[in-house]
Design a protein around this ligand. Structure first.
Ligand code: AP5
Ligand code: MG
Ligand code: ZN
Length: 220
């Protein structure tokens, strides 16, 4: 795979498995994992001005405004570890964000290699998110129903007590899904027009989804 095209976008609704798969691909291919949601949550935890602003949107399940989101992600991808390629998780989420990313990559003589749409029906997503637990120390993600930790409530990697995300409450999940359908799903057509879209059935077990993503990544 050529260096210029190792920029891969994971597109999909909340709970589709973007974060789970991005972590696996990061380890397997040595690419950077850039998650706009994780960057916002780091800022929320540190109570930075960006974090305080982002929290007011995240708590309602709304998108953080494009200008601050784009600035944050552009600063992140300018860092050294992104030079060999990036798995984008949760970004872009609007057409303005997609255009900003296209422009930034073109300027750096890079391009998007593939946009992988991980397709999962809404009913499955709601169930998954209510059963999600994550590690506040290392970010590992578990699921009470489908991929529980070895010891209940504790991270397999470092033993930290697992927590649930504030925005995984049922009402907020419903709003996040609406926002996804209104503002982010149009990107499926955007990237289809650009000839970059690949679709993977995200209802399969995690390992099967990883296999499909690995084949696409290897072929770039
Ligand atoms: P963000 O953090 O990006 O959340 P999201 O898109 O809603 O996606 P999730 O992280 O909930 O789902 P995921 O696809 O990563 O699934 P996961 O792998 O965890 O965004 C949060 C908020 O930040 C937004 O609402 C917004 O306010 C703001 N924000 C972020 N980016 C923004 C942007 N670009 N612009 C504006 N605002 C932005 O998996 C979910 C669960 O399912 C886990 O328990 C997992 O174990 C399980 N699971 C995964 N795969 C499978 C499988 N194949 N089978 C069974 N279970 C599975
Ligand atoms: Mg995620
Ligand atoms: Zn951990």
């Amino acid at each position: 795979m050529s260096d210029a095209s190792k920029y891969i976008i994971l597109l999909g609704a909340p709970g589709a498995g973007k974060g789970t798969q991005a972590e696996i691909l990061r380890e397997r291919f040595g690419l950077a994992h850039v998650s706009s949601g994780d960057l916002f949550r780091e800022n929320v935890a540190k109570q930075t001005p960006l974090g305080l602003l982002a929290k007011t949107y995240m708590d309602k399940g709304e998108l953080v405004p494009d200008d601050v989101t784009i600035k944050m992600v552009m600063e992140r991808i300018a860092r050294d570890d992104c030079a060999r390629g990036v798995i984008f998780d949760g970004f872009p989420r609007t057409e303005a964000q997609a255009r900003a990313l296209d422009a930034a990559l073109a300027q750096a003589n890079k391009k998007i290699g593939a946009v992988i749409y991980i397709r999962v029906p809404d009913a499955v997503l709601v169930e998954r998110l209510s059963a999600r637990w994550s590690c506040p120390t290392c970010g590992a993600v578990y699921n009470q129903l489908t991929s529980p930790p070895r010891v209940a409530g504790k991270c397999d990697k470092d033993g930290s007590a697992l927590t649930q995300r504030d925005d995984d409450k049922p009402a907020t999940v419903r709003r996040r899904l609406e926002v996804y359908h209104q503002q982010t799903a149009p990107l499926i057509a955007y990237y289809q027009r650009a000839g970059l879209l690949r679709e993977v059935n995200g209802e399969q077990p995690i390992e099967q989804v990883t296999l499909a993503l690995t084949h696409i990544t290897q072929a770039l």
